[in-house]
Ligand binder design. Structure first.
Ligand SMILES: [Zn+2]
Length: 265
């Protein structure tokens, strides 16, 4: 039986939240070099195996009041948040792209970027597993011509996004006499630029810096965030790319670019 069309957003949200539940495992285990398949989920505190009925996305966290059933140790609200965000972004991506090959490619990237965001905040690294997978997905998308851009536009996008970050890193390390921009960001820039093409890569690069500046400003003024001297850049590249994905207009344009060019010229 085919479910009625009004149910689709709910189904996509549920699907996304299940993916989010898997991303929580990825976020915890990949930077610790643990297998993401075995062993099955266990409480990080008391090591008790988590029963399937206590592992339902979002719902279990709410029912258990954010605590482990066995040891009552608090379970981070992050588990709930990641599942919710992944569900929400899945619905938004489907409504932007419809069911299409472009949706599948961009949605895989969105899922990767959610994991990268949290791992980079926690550990200041973007594991190479993600870079390799990203290169594979973007390369395949170009080979099968699933993207609205040519492979050369992808190459220019990759060189622009990755190259600009590399350049900033070089300048930064000359001035600060230490590494300011991690090489992980450069590699992620190559992947994202290759997917977006030149025009959207420039937009995503620009938005990364805007979002990073806003985040720092709000963090310092409202939350008295202490400068740890180190803020990862990957999360802002991720947020910027998601914004670019979701502002796509029918026909492959972008509403931010359209707005910019009609107001400025
Ligand atoms: Zn426990």
């Amino acid at each position: 039986m085919i479910p009625s069309i009004e149910l689709y957003p709910i189904l996509f949200f549920l699907f996304g939240s299940i993916v989010g539940s898997f991303l929580n495992v990825v976020i915890w285990r990949v930077p610790r070099n643990e297998s993401i398949i075995a062993p099955p989920s266990h409480c990080p505190s008391c090591n008790t195996h988590i029963a399937p009925y206590d592992n339902i996305p979002m719902l279990s966290w709410l029912i258990l009041g954010g605590k482990c059933r066995q040891c009552k140790q608090e379970i981070s609200s992050r588990y709930f948040i990641v599942e919710f965000i992944t569900g929400l972004l899945t619905v938004l991506m489907v409504s932007t792209y419809g069911i299409s090959n472009e949706l599948y490619i961009n949605l895989i990237l969105v899922y990767m970027l959610i994991a990268i965001t949290y791992i980079d905040f926690d550990h200041y690294i973007i594991p190479n597993e993600f870079i390799l997978m990203g290169i594979g997905v973007v390369f395949a998308a170009h080979v099968f011509e699933w993207l609205p851009i040519t492979i050369m536009e992808g190459v220019y996008g990759a060189l622009t996004f990755g190259g600009f970050l590399f350049g900033i890193g070089q300048v930064g390390s000359l001035i600060l006499k230490k590494d300011s921009m991690g090489f992980g960001d450069v590699k992620l820039g190559l992947v994202l630029g290759g997917l977006l093409g030149l025009e959207l890569a420039v937009l995503a690069l620009f938005l990364s810096f805007i979002i990073s500046a806003l985040f720092t400003l709000v963090g310092v003024t409202l939350f008295k965030m202490e400068g740890k001297g180190k803020i990862p850049f990957g999360p802002f590249m991720a947020a910027a790319t998601v914004v670019v994905f979701l502002t796509r207009t029918a026909g492959g344009g972008n509403s931010i670019l359209n707005w910019y060019f009609t107001t400025m010229f």
